[in-house]
Ligand binder design. Structure first.
Ligand code: NAP
Ligand code: GDD
Length: 334
């Protein structure tokens, strides 16, 4: 139970990469932290296992309006962070309708639930640089028009605009954080950065022989997830609700990420990387580069982890993970 001065936060997608870092940050600030997970037949809350006893978990689904309203009414949060979504861009071409239900209309369901159950709570929407798509300006700021290139990007643009609309229609404290790509050792294995660092570690340990990738020329503004959840929190500590771009202001190709990762373990990437058109996308986002000036000035936010530090942190974490797993497998055989 919360005491009067303690703030309560509710996080949808608490079991995701960002949800787990945000929960840690809010616990460190003394918050009561509640999270929403969708029902699953197995308990797979790996990313929050280490803080499980300190947080409250509720079952609800972005597809189910009444489940969201009930959790918000029960928890009575001061701050709501809507991080849940179908977040993998290629899947959005395979499941476009479901992507729209989760990633677009799911935001309206959250906002409606908030309006009914706790209208004074502050709301954060996880918007995305994927909305800039075929970019109309370089670098991209809060004023750059959107040109999404995937069903995911289109769904996120809806989520952004409905957040702005509910702020303007109902005077809700609702912010949209337009976050550029952010990664960590907790990143899902299908995203390019983690796919690379996982493979580099396995190749180094003799557990894998090649790495098949798609477009090596795509450019992204990559930062560290731990830095980015701090920006989410800062947005909800302001006096007025607003929208902010969060990025590093640097862009790198997938090829550069590959080179640094392989170099870090003393391997030549050219011997292991195979370009496989299977991983090309129907419509690609070629270049993302954020302009976080507004966030730096207004929120006092800046990233602490550099691109090189991010790559090597992820490779080191995967090396440790796979070395440990190999050791455990060997001891089972012995
Ligand atoms: P993630 O690791 O894929 O986490 C997404 C979470 O949403 C998962 O825990 C997932 O649950 C949950 N979820 C999905 N569908 C749901 C549903 N119908 N009901 C309830 N929960 C559901 O993503 P992330 O990297 O942490 O990103 C967090 C948010 O920021 C997402 O909205 C993403 O689109 C957005 N974003 C991410 C980035 C980035 O670079 N990471 C950049 C911009 C915006 P399960 O654990 O059950 O799958
Ligand atoms: N996933 C993947 N797998 N991507 C590859 C591969 C591969 O084998 N080879 C090259 N790429 C390229 C993709 O074509 C894309 O241009 C780039 O690597 C990054 O892909 P992802 O890591 O899958 O991320 P994303 O940029 O599509 O989307 C991420 O960032 C968005 C913010 O811009 C996700 O986290 C989204 O949820 C987020 O909104």
């Amino acid at each position: 139970m919360s005491n009067k001065t303690q703030k309560t936060a509710l996080i949808t997608g608490i079991n995701g990469q960002d949800g787990s870092y945000l929960a840690e940050l809010l616990l460190s600030k003394g918050y009561r932290v509640a999270g929403i997970v969708r029902r699953s037949s197995t308990e797979t809350q790996q990313r929050i296992e280490h803080i499980r006893s300190k947080i409250e978990i509720y079952q609800a689904d972005l597809l189910d309006q009444s489940s969201l309203a009930k959790v918000l009414a029960d928890v009575q949060p001061d701050e709501v962070y809507n991080l849940a979504a179908m977040s993998f861009v290629p899947t959005s071409w395979q499941q476009p309708v479901l992507t729209a239900e989760f990633t677009a209309v799911g935001v309206t369901r959250m906002l409606e639930a908030l309006r009914q159950s706790c209208p004074t709570a502050k709301f954060y929407q996880a918007s995305s640089s994927e909305m800039y798509g075929k970019v109309l300006e370089v670098p991209q700021s809060e004023n750059t028009p959107f040109y999404p290139r995937s069903p995911y990007g289109v769904a996120k643009a809806y989520g952004h605009y409905i957040t702005v609309n509910y702020r303007e229609s109902y005077s809700l404290f609702a912010c949209s954080g337009i976050l550029f790509n952010h990664e960590s050792p907790r990143r899902g294995l299908e995203f390019v950065t983690r796919k690379i660092t996982d493979a580099v570690a396995k190749i180094k340990l003799g557990l894998q022989s090649e790495l098949r990738l798609g477009n090596l020329d795509a450019r992204r503004d990559w930062g560290f997830a731990g830095d980015y959840v701090r920006a989410m929190w800062l947005m909800l500590q302001q006096d007025t609700a607003d929208d902010f771009v969060i990025g590093t202001g640097e862009t790198h190709t997938v090829r550069e990420f590959v080179e640094i990762a392989f170099n870090h373990v003393g391997l030549d990437h050219q011997k292991y990387v195979v370009v496989d058109p299977k991983f090309y996308r129907p419509a690609e986002v070629d270049l993302l580069l954020g302009n976080p000036t507004k966030a730096m000035k207004t929120l006092g936010w800046k990233p602490d982890v550099s691109f090189n530090q991010l790559v090597t942190m992820m490779v080191d974490a995967d090396l440790k993970l796979h070395a440990q797993t190999s050791k455990e497998n060997l001891s089972k055989v012995a």
